[in-house]
Design a protein around this ligand. Structure first.
Ligand SMILES: C[S@@+](CC[C@H](N)C(=O)[O-])C[C@H]1O[C@@H](n2cnc3c(N)ncnc32)[C@H](O)[C@@H]1O
Length: 227
């Protein structure tokens, strides 16, 4: 079902990944980079970005064996070591013994509780290289908006605009969102990042509730950002 949602671009994967591809290209022009993808799913949208600018190593972590199996296919042609791990993303971030240049996470962190998100940023701060990037794509709620109000708005958006999803599947998706989505306001994510030493944050793109944010220890140089 998630494939159907992304095929119709309801969560703006196309625009978001165009920007991600551009950033990874600039990163690669500077140096080799190693990328950890937390909650990688089937990596369908990240794979073409990585093909354009192959990392020195790709590691993906996900709770779904089925998604990892598909990811194996989408990443098959990547000319670098590809490791896919079945596991929990927070545990993976906290236990990795490697330093990563880029941590990517797409639409997964909002599933964590507040305390788990705090730990997630702490772990990212620890395992990123000094000039490492945390690239986070996720849903975000407005400042001072309650989770209930956020939910009402998002479920309305799904029911009114996700018109190409068959009704029974749409209702299942709504139930999933209502049960498992705990997005934070941007200021909370920034505070968590700052407490982990990731003092710099940059909103790369925003489409309604769908944000892409780059967190780093240091401000980015102009040539890393210019169009
Ligand atoms: C909405 S999909 C996003 C997939 C892909 N990253 C993207 O941006 O399109 C969320 C993925 O995160 C995974 N996931 C959710 N919570 C997780 C957790 N705590 N640990 C590992 N994977 C998790 C799910 O299995 C799913 O594959």
């Amino acid at each position: 079902m998630y494939d159907l949602i992304t095929e119709h671009n309801y969560m703006y994967h196309r625009e978001i990944h165009a920007k991600i591809a551009d950033l990874l290209k600039r990163r690669k022009e500077q140096n080799q980079y190693r990328l950890l993808d937390l909650g990688c799913g089937n990596a369908r949208f990240l794979a073409p970005c990585l093909m354009q600018s192959p990392p020195a190593r790709y590691e993906g972590v996900d709770l779904s064996e089925a998604a990892l199996e598909e990811a194996r296919g989408y990443l098959a042609k990547l000319p670098c070591p590809v490791v896919l791990k079945h596991g929990e993303l927070l545990e993976a971030a906290e236990s990795t013994d490697k330093k990563w240049d880029v941590i990517f996470t797409g639409y997964a962190v909002h599933h964590l509780t507040f305390d788990e998100k705090t730990r997630f940023f702490q772990a990212a701060g620890r395992c990123l290289t000094d000039n490492g990037w945390l690239l986070m794509v996720d849903v975000v709620r407005e400042e001072k908006q309650s989770r209930e109000d956020y939910m009402e708005g998002y479920l309305r958006l799904m029911r009114e605009h996700w018109t190409q999803i068959p009704p029974d599947q749409l209702e299942a998706a709504c139930e999933h969102v209502a049960a498992y989505d705990y997005p934070e306001p941007l200021s909370t994510l920034k505070k968590m990042a700052k407490a982990a030493g990731l003092n710099n944050s940059l909103v790369l793109s925003r489409y309604g509730q769908h944000y892409s944010v780059l967190f780093s220890r240091h401000a980015l140089a102009n040539d890393e950002l210019e169009d």
